[in-house]
Design a protein around this ligand. Structure first.
Ligand code: HDL
Ligand code: ZN
Length: 425
């Protein structure tokens, strides 16, 4: 087959721009900068396969709007029974038009599986026949990613022992040190730290700060995280004389400077507004981003990889990113990861920040979700990016394919590699 030689330095005519953007998005493997995926050596923490895909908490939330099953009845089912209930309600009795439901359809299609089957028999047989390691590589290839950044919790009793025994690294995954249990749930976890030999107390007094700092350093040595991360409520305030405020200022931020890694702040969650829904019970609230402004200004030696959950906070996040180069906006997080909002957010980011931000992450919890989450990203962002080059062309600067290739690599790889200071891949 003749391979078309593309002169990447040639100016593109307006009618060539979209196809060039689509080609470069397809040809560039992305770094997925925030996921809940796990490398195989972390055992059954890693979720994959059709029953996990269908019982994703996004779909659980949608089930209760389209079925007479009660929350109590649902959570009393086995996982297969849960998946059967969701499949019936959201994929058979109703067309799967929501973002999360369409995603499952896209995964089935990607593997050539029936997308309108009355039950999950064939899909279950297919996934049961997969060998995890080769399946991961196949899924990453279908998704167009070559690196997935994990979420690793040093106080998770199901995960920490794997690391303490020496979990084999996997070049497809990068570790992150997740701090929610320390920063948000100190009352429930200071005793766990105490049992691990940290001299801590309920008020985080005495040696607490020093020993948390040492605990973080030990885990940075153990797992070599690309950043530390914490999810924060819409009510987050900083500076604050709370336990969280002091741990952040005196232990976490100094540790990030010591290991030269960013702190990822994900701000705006209203936790468990409906506790009965468990993981699906969280909602969103507009945050006071003055706290982020203070952190970026008063801690210029720290870098803040930041995503905010409220649509109403997006414009001011862009403005702050123009004020502080140590602030890196990333992703269209959680309730924002829908084409209608991804388009709006990415357009305003490009208009205000050029290509100096990270457009998306998948937040995937189930391995195969990266297939549809990145397919959707490429599909939604291709016309958005192409429009930028069209406008640039109309204003007098003709885009080249080399421009587009450079910008796509910067948006989906380079900005993260530089900000996290990882060896360039
Ligand atoms: O805190 C987080 O990292 C969030 O992404 C939560 O995991 C949330 O439940 C989620 O899965 N969002 O997509
Ligand atoms: Zn997440």
């Amino acid at each position: 087959m003749s391979s078309v030689i593309v002169d990447s330095s040639a100016s593109l005519a307006p009618g060539e721009i979209l196809a060039a953007v689509e080609d470069e998005l397809k040809a560039t493997p992305f770094i997925d900068v925030h996921t809940h995926l796990f490398m195989p050596s972390l055992g059954d923490n890693g979720l994959w396969g059709i029953d996990n895909l269908i019982t994703y908490h996004y779909l659980e939330a949608e089930l209760f709007r389209s079925s007479s099953i009660t929350v109590g009845e649902y959570f009393g089912l086995t996982q297969r029974e849960k998946a059967d209930a969701i499949w019936r309600a959201l994929f058979v009795e109703n067309a799967p038009v929501s973002e999360a439901a369409r995603g499952v359809v896209a995964v089935l299609q990607a593997f050539g599986l029936p997308t309108q089957a009355p039950d999950l028999t064939e899909a279950r047989a297919f996934f049961a026949a997969q060998k995890l390691d080769s399946h991961i590589s196949r899924v990453f290839e279908l998704a167009g990613i070559d690196l997935a950044v994990m979420t690793n919790d040093p106080l998770d009793p199901h995960e920490a022992p794997h690391w303490e025994r020496g979990a084999d690294p996997d070049p497809r995954f990068l570790p992150v040190l997740r701090l929610d249990r320390i920063l948000n749930k100190w009352a429930d976890h200071w005793r766990v730290l105490n049992a691990l030999g940290c001299r801590v107390d309920a008020e985080a007094g005495g040696h607490s700060i020093d020993d948390v700092r040492r605990f973080l350093a030990e885990w940075c040595e153990r797992i070599n995280p690309v950043y530390m991360a914490v999810s924060l409520p819409d009510t987050f305030q900083f500076p604050e004389s709370s336990v969280r405020g002091r741990l952040l200022a005196e232990a976490v931020l100094p540790a990030c400077r010591e290991f030269d890694i960013p702190l990822s702040l994900m701000i705006g969650v209203r936790y468990l507004v409906n506790p009965a829904l468990k993981l699906a019970g969280d909602a969103v609230g507009k945050a006071d981003l003055h706290s982020l402004e203070y952190l970026c200004r008063e801690y210029p030696q720290n870098r803040f990889l930041t995503s905010v959950l409220s649509r109403e906070n997006q414009h001011e996040l862009c403005v702050y990113a123009r004020k502080f180069a140590n602030l890196m906006p990333f992703g269209c997080w959680w309730f924002l990861n829908n084409p209608s909002i991804v388009e709006e957010m990415t357009r305003e980011r490009l208009e205000m920040l050029g290509t100096s931000f990270i457009p998306q992450h998948s937040d995937a919890r189930i391995l195969e979700q990266v297939i549809y989450k990145w397919r959707n990203t490429r599909r939604t962002l291709a016309p958005v990016l192409a429009n930028c080059y069209r406008l640039m062309s109309e204003d007098g600067r003709q885009p080249t394919r080399a421009d587009i290739r450079h910008d796509v690599r910067r948006l989906f790889r380079g900005n993260f590699e530089r900000f996290a200071k990882r060896p360039r891949s």
